[in-house]
Structures are given as C-alpha cells and as structure tokens.
Design a protein around this ligand. Structure first.
Ligand SMILES: *[C@@H]1O[C@H](CO)[C@@H](O)[C@H](O)[C@H]1NC(C)=O
Ligand SMILES: *[C@@H]1O[C@H](CO)[C@@H](O)[C@H](O)[C@H]1NC(C)=O
Ligand SMILES: *[C@@H]1O[C@H](CO)[C@@H](O)[C@H](O)[C@H]1NC(C)=O
Length: 324
C-alpha cells in the first residue's frame, strides 16, 4: 500500500469490515434497485423479443440486476449473499450517477432527469453515455455467452432521441461495432463459467474488459463537455484517469467496498463557483478525494505510463494489503 497515496486508499475503500453476523446488504444496493426489473419477463415483449429502454433509469438498472442475479451462483464460493460478485461495481457506480444528478440533461434544454421526469436518462449526459457501454456491452456479452438464459436475438434496446449512430442496440449490432470490447467481456464470462475460476483472475478479466471499454468510448463523447462547468469537466477527466489506475491496481469491485468508496465522490454536479478543497456542502472526505483525483491526474500527465507501471508492479502487494 506504500506506493498508493493515502487518498487512493480512501477512494478504494481500504477499510476493514466483517462479513460475520446478520447478512442483509439490501441497504447497500443502488437507488430503486428493488423497484427495477429483475428478470426478462418484467420488460415489454414484442414478437418474442424483450424490449429494454436504457434511457430510463430503472430499465438500465434492471439489466445490471439481471446480470447480478444470473451470475450470483458463480460467486457463491467467495461469500454468501452475492457480496463478492465483482459486477457490483457497475450498478453501484451508476446509482451514484443517478443520485448525484449526473444522468439528467446537462444542457437543460429538456426536463429529462428533472422533477416529474426524474427517471429519464439524457443522451446529452457525458456520464450516461459512457455508462451506456459499461452496461450494454457487459449485458449483451452475457446474453451472447448464454449465461442469462435467453438467445442472442431475443433482446433489443431502444435508441436515444439523437446520436443513434454512436450506440449499438443488440448482440449482433454490438458485436459488429465494438467487437474487441465484446470479446473482452466474453472472455470474462467464459472464465466466470469455469469451475476452477479464482477471485484474482476474475478480477483481472473484469478490469481488462472494463478499462478496454472505457478507453475505447471516452473520445466519442468529448462534445458533451460544453454542457458542464469547467470544474465538472475537470472532474470527468480526472475520474476517467483514476478509474484506469484503480483498474491497474485491480481493486476488487465487490458490493461493500464499492458502496463505501462512493461516499467520497461528489454528491452533485460541480458548478463554476465550486473551489476544492473547500466546497462547503461536501464532506471532508469528498473534498479530499476531489483534490486527490486532481493530484493523480497531474502526476499522470507528468509521468504518463511510468506511474501506472509502478502501480502495476506493486499490484500484488496492493492486493495483499487490501485484503488484510
Ligand atoms: C433486508 O432488509 C430490508 C430492509 O432493510 C428488508 O426489507 C428485507 O426484507 C431484508 N431481507 C431479508 C432477506 O431479510
Ligand atoms: C434471483 O432472482 C430470483 C427471481 O426474482 C430470486 O428469487 C432470487 O432470490 C434471486 N437470486 C439472487 C442471488 O439474488
Ligand atoms: C453551486 O452549487 C451550490 C450548491 O448547490 C449552490 O449553492 C450555488 O448557488 C451554485 N452556484 C452556481 C453558480 O450555480
């Protein structure tokens, strides 16, 4: 852990907890988890095809819910109640995007994501666009691998109101447009299905797919930056650098750990009057993390891949100190 700045430890949830006792983690689930679809039959069916609208929060969350539910059995050997399922990182992060207002229309041209339309996910949201690929690709790759119990042509997603060409909507379309990312997720599920899978290798496959997906879609949505304050844009860029580092360090994306780490993230969109490290309605931890992300991103700019390599080299030590 010595190589990681202390704020990283905070961010990745380097704390101790006990799995003993009463195991009910439902208070850690993302918002609206209980109300969201949890099986394919909860969605609309047209001619035998399940139709999912990923631009409505519970419907997007429902894809994660099905994924978590159907993969639970493969993570049982690590802990009960699906707590060690590494796919938790995705929906828990998406839950923070929702509760912090980051899925709403940042241009304010529509009411998408606000008040009476608060479940709407805006295609103009930078966060929503990147999350799309971190939801739809792992989900459709799981369908394609057979792990979700339906065939590849049995599910289709609805397009957003604009920029339809930037997204993909079903297994065959996503395989065509994002073949490498889909392959990375398939590799993960192949390994999930292997009876001799180990936690460390699952983590490696997961982060490989996650980082590959993120870095390959990041540039596609730079035009969204115009809708945000300079501070939020900076945070968006710092955040994507940080995710890469967290991935290289292979931090386990299990339920409790990711839930804890979300507490350090900004609880609302940053505006132009926000000056870290002194944002008065943020907790000390949130201000510290924001500053830390800033520092990491500066170090990254100065040293580039070298810093990441140091982290990578020390990854085993990191993992050991994280589990101890
Ligand atoms: C877990 O706790 C929630 C309330 O926090 C409750 O609604 C739910 O029934 C509990 N689940 C189990 C399996 O005990
Ligand atoms: C998966 O979903 C089914 C049906 O909704 C439910 O009965 C079951 O408890 C879920 N399993 C897990 C591990 O969440
Ligand atoms: C920035 O956000 C804070 C907290 O919500 C608010 O008090 C302030 O008025 C906002 N400033 C601008 C310029 O929107």
């Amino acid at each position: 852990m010595a190589f990681l700045p202390s704020w990283v430890c905070v961010l990745v949830g380097s704390f101790s907890f006990s799995l003993a006792g009463d195991l009910n983690f439902s208070h850690l689930y993302p918002p609206l988890w209980k109300e969201s679809p949890g099986q394919f039959s909860d969605y609309t069916v047209e001619n035998g095809i399940y139709i999912i609208d990923p631009w409505v929060f519970p419907e997007r969350l429902g894809m994660y819910k099905i994924l978590l539910n159907q993969t639970a059995t493969y993570f049982e050997k690590f802990a009960s109640e699906n707590e060690q399922n590494l796919l938790w990182g995705l929906p828990v992060q998406h839950g923070w995007q929702y509760s912090s207002g980051r899925l709403a229309d940042p241009s304010r041209r529509t009411d998408c994501g606000y008040e009476s339309n608060h479940l709407c996910i805006s295609v103009d949201s930078w966060w929503a666009d990147l999350n799309y690929f971190l939801c739809v690709l792992p989900f459709l790759a799981a369908v394609d691998s057979g792990i979700l119990g339906i065939s590849s042509d049995q599910v289709r997603l609805l397009p957003p109101p604009m920029d339809q060409k930037r997204f993909c909507y079903d297994v065959s379309g996503c395989l065509l447009s994002f073949p490498k990312a889909m392959n990375k997720w398939s590799d993960f599920y192949k390994y999930v299905l292997s009876p001799s899978s180990t936690f460390d290798d699952l983590l490696k496959y997961l982060w490989d797919a996650h980082i590959f997906t993120l870095t390959n879609t990041l540039n596609t949505f730079e035009d969204r930056y115009v809708y945000y304050s300079e501070q939020e844009v900076k945070f968006e860029k710092d955040w994507s650098v940080a995710v890469e580092y967290i991935g290289v360090a292979r931090i386990p994306t299990t339920l409790i750990r990711v839930h804890e780490s979300q507490k350090g993230l900004p609880p609302r969109i940053l505006n132009k009057t926000d000056e870290d490290p002194e944002i008065s309605d943020f907790t000390a931890l949130q201000n510290t993390v924001l500053m830390g992300l800033n520092v990491l991103s500066s170090v990254h700019k100065l040293t580039g891949k070298n810093f990441k390599r140091i982290l990578h080299k020390n990854q085993d030590n990191v993992e050991q100190s994280l589990v101890s």
